[in-house]
Write a protein that binds this ligand. Sequence first.
Ligand SMILES: [Zn+2]
Length: 402
Amino acid sequence: MRQRLAILMGAAALTASAFLFAQRQTTPRPTQTRTTQEASNTECPPGQTEVRAGRCQAPEAAPPSILDYRPKSTLVVDEQPVPKAKFPVVDIHSHQAATPENMARLVGEMDALNLRVLNNLSGGSGDALKRHVEAIRNSPYRDRFTVFANLDFGGFAAGWGANAAAQLEQDVRNGAVGLKIFKNLGMTARKADGSRIPIDDPELDPVWAAAGRLNVPVLIHTGEPPSFFEPPDYTNERWLELALFPSRRNYSPSQVKFEQLITERDRVFARHPKTRFIAAHFGYHGHDLKRAGALLDRLPNVYLEVAAVLYDFGRQPRAAAAFFTKYQNRVLFGKDTYAPSEFPYYWRVFETADEYFDYYRDYHAFWKLYGMDLPDVVLRKLYYENALKVTPGLPAAGWPRP
Ligand SMILES: [Zn+2]
């Protein structure tokens, strides 16, 4: 009972919806402490664990909740923290606005990490975007910050696409070096008639075509981790995250399915071969690198960036290193949330062969990370060379020559 209570209390997190979420998760705790099960492939009932083949047992002490169980590793191995990346880095997926007030502070933090360029994906459009770009150009840091434009799906009906393409053209003329599509496209963005805007809606075609013509990439965030589309039962590896953040729950029958979103997205990629697309968060295929490879094999205009899915590479370091080596011309560095303390986790996974170390966010991953030990030639491409190739508007001078 105490285990259930602890999980309930932890997940309740002071909000009514979270409490309801937790309530739905409770399973009856068995009254007996021991049972014997014949079939070895049957799982033990809740509250028990398999202590010998086919034999389940409940612990004598009340088990802690997943929030309170924090085992300290006794493993003694070499550690190589990497506070500063080995080569200069373009963070193609950032949301840190370069305002005159905070640019000097940002540059200090970036230098310590070896972050050379921070690309703000939240540039907006029209006058707002123009002001963003001008703030950068009027500062001493014009080679350190860049901006992508965004779309406004308001009034989405016949004719919207032509206007949006014209707006993008104007935004690029005003200094945007790419277009960022947020995850609302396909999930929550609505047409004027109230229906969902599919990612492959033909009304969007003029925009994708314009990006190709203007020679700017489209960084597109589609969907969420597949686990967010699954019921949050106790087998869901993102249970805690779903319990913490109501907005990430996408498993209700009325919501669009993961495979539907990916199908729509890939149709756009295929329909616009002259437009370069960067799939944010590795297209949410970081846990399934065969699928990621098939996507890249089929669609040469597609690139993958690594923001916020480090936990998937760090739990399969050998397969991930093989993938990054095979597809070394197709991977870009991105971080998403700007937090200086978190970047070194990326450097450590990509650059070292360290073993069994923590990730920076417990609720993302209930597992440890391992280093991929990538060779320099791959690191350079991942950190800046591919970004420069895919995004011609990035500052071109001052990069190291291999
Ligand atoms: Zn983002």
